[in-house]
Structure formats: C-alpha cells, structure tokens
Design a protein around this ligand. Structure first.
Ligand SMILES: [Zn+2]
Length: 124
C-alpha cells in the first residue's frame, strides 16, 4: 500500500487542494526508470506526478544522484567541483540548485504563515 499522507491535490481549483492525507489520492499508474507514481485526485479527477513541484520533477538522473548533488551543494562544495565529483554536467547542477531553491521557498511560505520579526519590529 502506498503511503500518500504527505501528498495533496495540486489543482488550485479543486475543493480538496492542499489537504494532505485527505484520502482523495490514488496511484493509477507509474512511469519512468524510477517507477515514479502518477497521483489521481478522486475529487477533481486531476492527474499529476508525485514529483511535481520538486527538484526531481523532469530530472533524468536517478533520484539518488539528484539528492547527492544537492547534498554536496548544501555542504558548500561549488557547482563545478560537484559536477566533476559526481560526473554530471555543471548546468545540471545549476538547474537543480534553482529548482531546490524554489521548492524550499514554497515550503517555507507554506510552513511559515508570516515572519514573527515583521510583527514585532518596533514602531517609531
Ligand atoms: Zn483535486
């Protein structure tokens, strides 16, 4: 049985959009060498990849390599050095960094409704 509790419908027009673990998602198919799951929303009938909105979406490298690239970058290892060590193109490293940054920003905006400092700044 697939654990889909961390996923939600990505269709902004769906009444169940963004509700994690709501029970509206099923796995009607898988695709690609990593057997990536296609998720289907029973409410709005939308279908999308489980990787949509993540740095893994559209990546042709194995998931393990993508994670390794981002782990190297997170440790402060430069783009060119990471590319050489892992045997991937430097442009691929750059693309993954951008995708990871956008994903992190979306996650931040979801988890942090507002900046506490913004509300607490002294009024002059
Ligand atoms: Zn939906």
């Amino acid at each position: 049985m697939d654990d889909l509790s961390r996923f939600c419908c990505l269709n902004p027009d769906c009444p169940d959009h963004g509700k994690r673990g709501h029970g509206n998602l099923t796995v009607p198919a898988r695709y690609g060498p990593n057997k990536t799951r296609v998720l289907r929303c029973s409410t709005c009938k939308a279908r999308f990849s489980e990787r949509k909105g993540t740095p893994l979406f559209g990546a042709r490298l194995p998931a393990q390599t993508v994670v390794s690239v981002l782990a190297h970058v997170a440790e402060g290892i430069g783009t060119r050095k990471t590319a050489r060590v892992l045997g991937v193109n430097k442009d691929t490293v750059t693309r993954l960094i951008r995708a990871a940054g956008q994903h992190a920003e979306q996650l931040h905006d979801e988890l942090v409704a507002f900046s506490p400092d913004h509300q607490r700044s002294p009024v002059r």
